[in-house]
Design a protein around this ligand. Structure first.
Ligand code: ATP
Ligand code: MG
Length: 276
């Protein structure tokens, strides 16, 4: 009984915290390794650059890569005497909470059972003091299973989901799973982002390495907004590996520009939905 009471109390706290955040968006992809964490991190920076207050919640507790991609790798989360967790602060004032900031070292694997995972996520969401935010982006673990479902259900007034794909047919099949997952949950799909869309040579020619037009086709087939394409750039892997935030370090690249377009499309979509 005690445990049930505690869970209810935490759920209530999550609800209260979330009321102070205008738009809560979960970033999904049916498939692993398509750049979901990279998209979440850099979209957060692009929104912050546009003047919005932004937080990122890394709900991927098995492979937390957000701290590294956002340049807060060495930071750790701390709690106030009254038990509130204060997020780490990334460039442009973006607030970051990740289980990765609570582990003693990067090499520490997290071997938790599903139920424990959910309770860790619930606790983090219940006790983090985000303050007032315009946007909270939630980076979910790869897949569309029970774990993703539980996290999304915790945030009752979720504004919607962003689906990340790469331009391959294999990825497209998995994206359809993510679409039906969102719909099953009655979560609005705010749009699709295509990552690793093409590689641009110094002479300006574009090479569509994984395929072409897949995200646009999915977008028109399912009536979902297409938010934009992010190219493959060697600087991206370099920055991520070095623990430097790409958008901040390389603000003049085509990829950084592409993130600004994705951010402005997203802003237009959420604000339009708000007034409808
Ligand atoms: N557009 C890109 N150009 C070059 N490298 C990229 C690009 N997008 C992502 N990467 C690289 O691909 C790798 C996977 O990206 P990321 O970790 O964001 O994927 P993910 O979908 O979050 O993976 P997981 O399923 O493990 O959570 C990273 O090493 C990242 O640096
Ligand atoms: Mg990830």
């Amino acid at each position: 009984m005690e445990a049930i009471k505690r869970v209810r109390e935490q759920e209530k706290r999550v609800e209260e915290n979330m009321k102070r955040i205008k738009y809560k968006i979960a970033v999904l992809s049916g498939k692993g390794g398509v750049g979901k964490s990279f998209i979440t991190s850099n979209l957060a920076f692009a929104l912050a650059e546009a003047g919005w207050s932004v937080g990122v919640f890394d709900a991927d507790i098995y492979g937390p890569s957000i701290p590294r991609m956002m340049g807060v790798d060495g930071a750790s989360l701390y709690a106030t005497p009254d038990g509130r967790i204060i997020p780490a602060e990334a460039p442009l004032g973006v607030k970051v909470v990740s289980i990765g900031l609570m582990l003693p070292s990067q090499d520490t694997p997290v071997i938790w059972r599903g139920a424990l995972t959910t309770s860790a996520i619930r606790e983090l969401l219940a006790y983090t003091d985000w303050g007032e935010l315009d946007y909270l982006l939630v980076d979910l673990p790869p897949g569309t299973g029970d774990e993703q479902l539980t996290i999304m259900q915790l945030i009752k007034d979720l504004s919607g989901t962003i689906i990340v794909t790469i331009p391959s047919q294999v990825s497209a099949i998995v994206v359809e799973k993510a679409i039906s997952f969102s719909r099953k949950l009655n979560a609005r799909i705010l749009g699709i982002v295509e990552n690793m869309s093409y590689f641009e040579c110094p002479d300006g020619s574009k090479h569509f390495i994984f395929g072409e037009g897949v995200a646009q086709r999915l977008s028109s087939k399912h009536g979902i907004p297409f938010l934009g394409s992010i190219p493959i750039e060697p600087a991206i892997a370099r920055a991520n590996d070095a623990g430097e935030p790409f958008f901040i370090k390389y603000p003049n690249t085509n990829a950084a520009q592409a993130f600004r377009r994705v951010a402005s499309n997203l802003i237009e979509i959420v604000t339009k939905h708000q007034t409808n």
